[in-house]
Design a protein around this ligand. Structure first.
Ligand SMILES: Cc1ncc(C[n+]2csc(CCOP(=O)(O)OP(=O)(O)O)c2C)c(N)n1
Ligand SMILES: [Mg+2]
Length: 330
């Protein structure tokens, strides 16, 4: 599809979502430095096109599972920045009452089945959701985001095996950012394109430019349509790059400045903005209006988080176990 085939509203939606993902991360990093946010942050700066492009292909009743690098996935699926920021700041108004933090943000009402601190941990959860949809004959799909490193975990292979066998409505979305912590992909897997791993599980495997939001959107849309109509799962590999450290504070001694500069030159947000101006002919004022609205939403989110109280110590054991027993909660 050419950019001219897209309605302007869709293009502006994609730009807004990518920008919100980017600016949410930059604001969280700044607020961590300023002392509002305790603990670790694994930022997804540089990976906005995968989060925004993939989630734009989903319907509100579809579900996602996420990772330790999950803020962007949540934002793109409709997560409220103010509840996310409050959770990062460990405040009671956060998504998990301030007790989960970055790695455990969840909103079942939005189909967000959780970030996950366990590498590969979200993949079987998406398979479980897909099985539920199949058994209940609901036309819904589950999309699991995970990294390149996660494709070397047993959970990845077990999940793809069952999904392939039972033709479950699941999209396995690998954000190949070329590193698992400090280990380059070439030193952790014997294949260059991780999408090839789909062939063992009788499903299509597609590699796309993960910094091109339209390429990601189109590949995901095709997989979603297939899954929704009984065609079974797809593995999508979006090749992208994490512009910042594995975590904030990572000394990054494992990669060169040249490599980082080269990928910065392929920044997905900047590239899409340029395309909107030059190819789609969108007036700059419309983009500036979106940029201002995103900043205003984040100002509000930070103020909301800062004003929210910290959880009382005597509530430490509350909310540890779910309140639903033996039933589906999403
Ligand atoms: C099961 C498990 N093993 C190891 C870790 C430690 N760990 C956290 S993130 C990470 C790297 C994951 O790499 P990748 O899947 O490529 O995701 P990325 O960080 O690049 O987004 C590792 C090894 C963990 N959290 N869980
Ligand atoms: Mg990785």
């Amino acid at each position: 599809m050419s950019i001219h085939d897209y309605p302007i509203e869709k293009l502006l939606h994609l730009y807004r979502q990518m920008l919100l993902v980017r600016e949410f991360e930059l604001r969280a990093i700044a607020e961590r430095r300023a002392g509002l946010i305790p603990g670790f942050i694994h930022s997804c700066v540089g990976q906005e096109a995968t989060a925004a492009g993939a989630c734009a292909a989903l319907e509100p009743h579809d579900v996602i599972t996420s990772t330790h690098r999950g803020h962007g996935h949540l934002v793109a699926k409709g997560g409220e920045p103010k509840y996310m920021m409050a959770e990062l700041a460990a405040r009671t108004d956060g998504y998990c009452g301030g007790k989960g933090g970055s790695l455990h943000m969840t909103d079942f009402n939005l189909g967000i089945l959780g970030a996950n601190g366990i590498v590969g941990g979200g993949i079987p959860i998406a398979v479980g959701a897909g099985l539920t949809f199949q058994l209940k004959r609901e036309p819904r799909v589950a999309l699991s985001f995970f990294g390149d490193g996660a494709t070397n975990e047993g959970s990845f292979h077990e999940a793809l095996n069952l999904a392939g066998l039972w033709k479950l409505p699941v999209i396995f979305f690998c954000e190949n950012n070329l590193y698992g912590e400090g280990t380059p992909q070439a030193k952790q897997a014997p294949v260059a394109d991780l999408a090839i791993r789909a062939s063992s599980y009788a499903m299509p495997g597609v590699t796309v430019d993960g910094n091109d939001v339209l390429a990601v959107y189109e590949a995901t849309l095709a997989a979603v349509e297939r899954a929704r109509t009984g065609g079974g799962p797809t593995l999508i590999e979006g090749k992208t790059y994490r512009q910042r450290g594995h975590y904030e504070g990572d000394p990054m001694i494992y990669r060169s400045q040249e490599e980082m500069d080269e990928w910065k030159g392929r920044d997905p947000v900047v590239a899409f903005r340029t395309r909107l101006l030059t190819e789609a002919g969108i007036p700059e004022a419309e983009l500036v209006a979106i940029e201002q609205a995103v900043q205003a939403a984040l100002d509000e989110a930070v103020a909301f988080a800062a004003a929210s109280p910290k959880p009382a110590p005597e509530t430490a054991l509350e909310g540890v176990y779910g309140e639903t027993h033996g039933g589906l909660v999403f």
